[in-house]
Design a protein around this ligand. Structure first.
Ligand SMILES: CC(C)(COP(=O)(O)OP(=O)(O)OC[C@H]1O[C@@H](n2cnc3c(N)ncnc32)[C@H](O)[C@@H]1OP(=O)(O)O)[C@@H](O)C(=O)NCCC(=O)NCCS
Length: 124
């Protein structure tokens, strides 16, 4: 059963500005160490950071606004080369999703030089 769906679209330039202007503080508040490692190894890190930010926002929409205190870093896009991305939940977000009956989460990302998008589907 589908319990929720969320989508989000983000300007890559806006993400690049946040990353430049706010630096490591912003990065470490919003992204997990493995997300940072993945994005920073890419030729255009801001595109990948923007897609992950969009995935977190899309999840927030799919959960109809349920968020923990450390929401940003309790939602993580995980990648294995050649496979679709996975959305992992940790701590309070994992508990909140379980309380809502979420058994599986599907996520899809896309990005261009200017835009990044993500869609999330919650399965019960
Ligand atoms: C996987 C693939 C579809 C990605 O498409 P793309 O247009 O290059 O890239 P997009 O910007 O739309 O999406 C990039 C995101 O796709 C996701 N992705 C990567 N591999 C994926 C896969 N195997 N399945 C699902 N999603 C995948 C990633 O999250 C990636 O973002 P990230 O690197 O920041 O994590 C593409 O690389 C590919 O393999 N295409 C083959 C298409 C093909 O054979 N078509 C034949 C049809 S006739």
């Amino acid at each position: 059963m589908i319990l929720g769906i969320g989508t989000d679209l983000l300007d890559v330039a806006r993400m690049a500005k946040e990353l430049e202007g706010k630096g490591a503080g912003f990065r470490n508040t919003v992204f997990t160490p493995s997300e940072i490692t993945y994005c920073e190894a890419k030729r255009y890190p801001a595109r990948h950071f923007a897609a992950r930010f969009a995935a977190k926002e899309a999840l927030f929409k799919a959960l109809a606004g349920s968020a923990s205190r450390d929401f940003w870093r309790e939602v993580e896009v995980a990648r294995t080369e050649g496979e679709p991305p996975r959305l992992l939940l940790h701590g309070g977000m994992k508990e909140a999703a379980a309380r809502l009956g979420v058994k599986n989460i599907l996520v899809s990302l896309s990005h261009t030089a200017s835009l990044a998008a993500a869609s999330v589907v919650l399965q019960g």
